[in-house]
Design a protein around this ligand. Structure first.
Ligand code: C5P
Length: 219
């Protein structure tokens, strides 16, 4: 069974390019976009602002239930405030991966994610889009790339933003995050049984986008 409003789920590890691919595919199809990682990042960001520690699960669950987020033209708006750049740092990402291992927090974000399914369709990217959040998605893509390639891409992005950082430290961060995301008990990162795997190590973003659109048209 697939969903009434079409859903295209893209999962994969950090830096596999799924966010960029999801945005381009959504724009080509005229669909809405859900960047589910942004929700975990926003939670960390808001907790910090409100003085909530990351081990205060009940307070984080309450906070998760009040989040008002919109994805508009590649920007992430939290209650109308543009937080796109503020939530993108490596440190927010690493903390997000820690709270994302907590079952109650994942549960608190479920309905928010499912409410994003609205006509004409949704492209959702994350770690558990095809396995947990949208098990009936019309197409499930699992996007990978080698850890070295993902670290290099991230390094280039940081340099473009005028931020430095050693490549070796990035490879270590990415590997630690992969390890945490793949080996947690709740909703671990893994390909859904009915997903199509694309290894983007040797591909450009546009090649990946074309490949996903091809699978969408031929599903
Ligand atoms: O994709 P992004 O790097 O923004 O995600 C940040 C962190 O949020 C990931 O490392 C992962 O632990 C968590 N996450 C998740 N499930 C999702 C999306 C993100 O656990 N669907």
């Amino acid at each position: 069974m697939t969903t009434l409003v079409p859903v295209l789920a893209i999962d994969g590890p950090s830096g596999s390019g799924k966010g960029t691919v999801a945005a381009k595919v959504a724009s080509a199809l005229g669909f809405r976009c859900l960047d589910s990682g942004a929700l975990y990042r926003i939670l960390v960001f808001q907790a910090d602002r409100k003085g909530i520690e990351l081990d205060q699960t009940a307070a984080l669950v309450d906070l998760a239930e009040t989040i008002e987020v919109e994805f508009v033209e590649g920007r992430v708006l939290l209650g109308g405030e543009d937080v796109t750049d503020a939530i993108r740092s490596e440190s927010v990402g690493a903390k997000a991966s820690k709270i994302a291992a907590v079952a109650e927090i994942r549960q608190a974000l479920l309905s928010l994610q499912r409410r994003c399914v609205r006509p004409p369709g949704l492209v959702a990217d994350g770690r558990d889009m095809g396995t947990i959040v949208f098990p009936n998605a019309n197409l499930k893509i699992y996007l990978t790339a080698s850890a070295e390639e993902r670290a290099q891409r991230r390094h280039k992005q940081l340099i473009a933003k005028g931020q430095g950082g050693s490549l070796r430290a990035l490879v270590e961060d990415i590997s630690a995050r992969d390890d945490r995301d793949m080996n947690r008990d709740t909703a671990p990162l893994k390909p859904a049984d009915d997903s199509i795997e694309i290894d983007s190590t040797q591909m450009t973003i546009d090649e990946v986008v074309d490949c996903v659109l091809h699978h969408w048209q031929n599903r």
